[in-house]
Design a binder for this molecule. Structure first.
Ligand code: ADP
Ligand code: ADP
Length: 226
């Protein structure tokens, strides 16, 4: 079973800019996959489409066999997104950020509380559960966004530049957390412009440039050639 199958995906923004020009990509279930590419390559557009935040122009997307056009709700519940920006709900306490997200997925309050506690503990944020989000450091906010993305227990976690601007210690602990999550069976796709991050975490990689897949290969094969 594939976690993700994308065929001839295109996106033309209003105004005519072609951000994606026919992306073909498959990601196996259980994979840890990196989308590597420079700023402006189309990475955020690509994951925005997967997460139903951006409408595609053409092409086909299937997530665990479900077609994005035909089964949008199933696709939404299969995916957790960790966005790059988090400028919403800044006055909300940490625990409420996670509980609100659970509410959005229709998870009952009691179960939501259990899960919020579990994921906030795993991400070392439980002691900060009553802090307003705006009081958190950058690294803590990112960890909170991971807890929030996991609350509906998605099979596919997508992270947009998860460690950009995060110091090395926090980066390492986030990497360890993601490795463990992947070992437990969650498929992970992340975007990055650090080859080092892809190399350290991922098994397979697609290099995106100017809205096209320049290369799709395993990390081992890519490193062999460098
Ligand atoms: P990346 O995440 O790889 O940096 P993006 O997907 O954010 O790339 O952007 C790809 C290209 O699409 C960029 O040139 C960007 O300026 C353009 N773009 C992104 N969002 C919009 C938008 N809403 N309208 C027009 N152009 C956009
Ligand atoms: P940064 O934003 O610099 O990447 P962090 O957000 O992880 O890093 O940490 C910023 C500060 O908050 C550090 O001094 C760290 O010791 C402290 N800190 C990190 N995690 C917690 C926590 N769970 N509870 C209290 N303080 C923490």
């Amino acid at each position: 079973m594939h976690a993700l199958e994308v065929e001839q995906l295109t996106k033309t923004y209003q105004g005519g800019f072609r951000a994606l020009k026919g992306i073909d990509l498959t990601v196996a279930e259980g994979d840890f996959f990196a989308l590597l590419g420079p700023n402006g390559a189309g990475k955020s557009t690509f994951i925005g489409i997967l997460a139903s935040l951006v409408n595609k122009t053409a092409g086909r997307v299937r997530v665990f066999g479900d077609d994005l056009d035909r089964e949008p709700e199933r696709v939404k519940s299969a995916i957790g997104l960790v966005p790059q920006e988090f400028n919403f709900n800044l006055f909300l306490p940490v625990e409420e950020v996670v509980l609100n997200q659970a509410g959005y997925y229709g998870i009952a309050r009691r179960e939501a509380k259990v899960r919020a506690r579990r994921y906030l503990k795993q991400l070392d944020l439980w002691d900060r559960r009553d802090s307003e989000m705006r009081k958190l450091s950058g690294g803590m906010k990112r960890r909170l966004m991971i807890a929030r993305a996991l609350v509906h227990e998605p099979r596919l976690l997508i992270l947009d530049e998860p460690t950009a601007g995060v110091d090395i210690e926090i980066r390492r602990s986030m990497w360890a957390f993601l490795r463990e999550l992947n070992a437990g069976g969650t498929t992970i796709i992340l975007t990055t412009h650090y080859l080092e991050e892809a190399e350290s975490l991922c098994r397979n990689i697609a290099i995106i440039n100017e809205g096209e897949v320049a290369e799709s290969t395993s990390i081992v094969r890519l490193l062999d050639r460098l």
